[in-house]
Design a protein around this ligand. Structure first.
Ligand code: SAM
Length: 226
């Protein structure tokens, strides 16, 4: 089935959040990084401005800037209403209020939108849908990232996750996934089964990170080739 923009809730994080979620130090940032499911995050733009080499992959990059801008505007109120209804599931120490959260997310997505067409032409944003083959050679990237996509959407299923992570591991020397919980912040059986399968092929570590907004979601999965 064709990928529908109406099925996506675009909600982007910024570079500071990416660095904290994935424990990216200066050494890591200098490496060749690919973000899968980066969507409207401003990580690519902000890191690019500092001279780092980031490529973002996402199915939403097939749409135009105007289409993405409209979708972001359409879902903004819906997401904020959900956040308001579920505010007790979040830790409000770094981000202090719903208003501040909305401002941080909208700022990140505005940076993304303003950079989108330039980034597309520079091939920093690439239309791609996991688990399809990424059109680069094996081990092309040093680090592959997935923020708030893989493992979170458990409804995509076990097979999808194994195929998607294997394809990321083909093109990246290591993969980092944050968080290691589903949308309800639970570590489900599917997540445990995926980790169990990955351990047969790779070195897998669970690392506590510097980032926690959703309660129970402060761990990153680090997957390396044996
Ligand atoms: C919740 S957003 C996370 C955006 C960004 N990573 C962040 O943390 O700010 C999830 C993203 O996953 C993308 N996505 C959905 N299906 C995908 C697929 N099959 N392959 C890659 N990305 C996908 C969506 O388009 C969306 O941009």
């Amino acid at each position: 089935m064709a990928f529908q923009l109406s099925s996506v809730v675009p909600w982007g994080r910024n570079m500071e959040e990416y660095k904290a979620m994935f424990l990216l130090n200066e050494e890591d940032m200098k490496k060749k990084i690919a973000g899968f499911g980066d969507g409207p995050a401003s990580f690519n733009f902000e890191a690019h401005c500092l001279g780092y080499d980031i490529t973002s992959y996402d199915p939403i990059y097939q749409f135009t800037k105007n289409e993405l801008e409209k979708r972001i505007e359409d879902v903004r109120a819906v997401v904020m209403k959900q956040m308001s209804e579920n505010r007790e599931n979040y830790i409000w120490t770094k981000i202090h209020s719903l208003e501040e959260l909305e401002q941080i997310r909208m700022e990140a997505m505005k940076l993304f939108l303003n950079d989108f067409e330039t980034g597309l032409s520079e091939k920093r944003y690439r239309y791609h849908e996991l688990p399809k083959c990424v059109p680069v050679e094996n081990n092309y990237y040093d680090i592959g990232l997935s923020s708030h996509f893989l493992l979170m959407y458990t409804q995509l299923g076990y097979d999808f996750h194994i195929k998607a992570i294997n394809e990321m591991m083909r093109v990246c020397k290591e993969v980092r996934i944050f968080p290691v919980v589903d949308l309800d912040a639970s570590q489900t059986d599917m997540i445990s089964n995926v980790i169990c399968e990955l351990k047969k092929k790779y070195t897998v570590e669970m690392k506590e990170t510097n980032y926690q907004f959703q309660k129970n979601a402060n761990k990153m999965l680090l997957i390396r080739k044996i």
